[in-house]
Design a protein around this ligand. Structure first.
Ligand SMILES: NC(=O)c1ccc[n+]([C@@H]2O[C@H](COP(=O)([O-])OP(=O)(O)OC[C@H]3O[C@@H](n4cnc5c(N)ncnc54)[C@H](O)[C@@H]3O)[C@@H](O)[C@H]2O)c1
Ligand SMILES: O=C(O)C[C@H](O)C(=O)O
Length: 335
């Protein structure tokens, strides 16, 4: 009995891959707690932290946590960034400015588009096979920006580029549990579309509580949950702690899938066939993950009449956001 449990442990340990995870923007409001959570993840063997300020300090702090992984912070130089990325299996990008009250995510475009473009170039050069998780807003545009950069560099793989929309399902699950008095872990809510305002489409008709699709206040709360935090922080930024949890969850799901676990699914904004016939190349839906990243993109499934209207409203904005990202790289290819 004891021998077999030891054997099982030995097998699961040997079945695990060595996993280097890089965080670009590691000293920020999201980057720091995200780095902490990744240090606590036993699947991460090497944690590489980069920022234009303070990454070595954050790395020194996190490195004292007594888990096995190594942690290194890199200097804000091109060679520091290249060394940080080299050999990475997963790269998370929370680098970029957050919103202040009164701003939309699209208002961040002018600043964040070039930050993400330049970091994507570095990823293409130093970690072209990494799974890239884009957190920086506006996600609906920053993911297409990465795709265009990767295409220009000849390394684009649609299976390894992910816009992180996990926070939308985390919120939906929590908000439903508050209404129904249930445990959020039992509330799995599908959220599709993109990651801003009306492009965020919760599908309550597919949950345990189909009646909630008629609850316009709840739908709006999920769509504008980010604004709730932006207003409460009153000029000091947007969601950081809940986002760190959501980003760490997405990374963990990819690591588990890479280690051979079957049936791992997450909602994520990917190069998707679902609305390509309408000229929309990226869409967030439930995606089954595998060792190579995207294994299977699941259809959005049956939606009710309320949700049909939400999807229609989503598609118009989403198309414009995606086109804006593509046009940016065409007009501003950078150095
Ligand atoms: N996808 C989501 O669900 C989600 C949720 C919350 C926030 N966000 C977005 O994440 C981004 C970061 O938010 P935050 O609260 O952590 O902001 P922040 O300002 O606290 O941190 C951003 C960090 O990025 C760093 N940075 C800037 N330019 C860089 C570059 N070229 N290379 C490396 N690092 C660079 C900054 O030095 C800073 O440490 C924002 O764009 C925000 O809108 C997305
Ligand atoms: O709202 C924001 O600007 C940050 C993030 O996208 C969120 O959903 O919290």
């Amino acid at each position: 009995m004891l021998a077999s449990s030891i054997q099982r442990r030995a097998f699961s340990a040997s079945a695990r891959n060595l996993s280097k995870v890089a965080v670009l923007g590691a000293a920020g409001g999201i980057g720091q707690p995200l780095s902490l959570l990744l240090k606590m993840n036993t699947r991460v063997t090497d944690l590489a932290l980069y920022d234009i300020r303070l990454a070595p300090g954050v790395a020194a702090d996190v490195s004292h946590i007594n888990t096995k992984s190594t942690v290194k912070g890199y200097e804000p130089t091109p060679s520091g960034l290249a060394s940080c990325l080299k050999g990475s299996d997963i790269v998370l990008i929370p680098a970029g400015v957050p919103r202040k009250p009164g701003m939309t995510r699209d208002d961040l475009f002018n600043t964040n588009a070039s930050i993400v473009r330049d970091l994507a170039k570095a990823v293409a050069e130093s970690a072209p096979k990494a799974k890239v998780l884009v957190i920086a807003n506006p996600v609906n545009s920053t993911v297409p920006i990465c795709a265009e950069v990767f295409k220009a560099k000849g390394v684009y793989n649609p299976k390894t580029l992910f816009g992180v929309t996990t926070l939308d399902v985390v919120r939906a699950s929590r908000f439903v549990s508050e209404i129904k008095g249930t445990d959020p872990k039992d509330e799995e809510i599908t959220v599709v579309g993109g990651h801003s305002g009306v492009t965020i489409v919760p599908l309550f008709s597919q949950s345990k509580h189909p009646d909630l699709s008629a609850n316009a206040d709840l739908v709006k709360r999920v769509q504008f949950g980010g604004d709730e935090v932006v207003q409460a922080k009153d000029g000091a930024g947007s969601a950081t702690l809940s986002m760190a949890m959501a980003g760490a969850r997405m990374a963990d799901s990819l690591l588990r899938a890479a280690d051979g676990e079957k049936g791992v699914t997450e909602p994520t904004f990917v190069d998707s066939p679902l609305y390509k016939d309408q000229g929309i190349d990226f869409f967030s839906s439930l995606v089954e993950l595998g060792p190579n990243g995207v294994e299977k993109i699941l259809p959005i499934g049956k939606v009710d009449a309320n949700e049909e209207k939400l999807v229609a409203a989503c598609l118009g904005d989403l198309k414009k956001n995606i086109e804006k990202g593509v046009a940016f790289v065409a007009q501003n290819p950078g150095n």
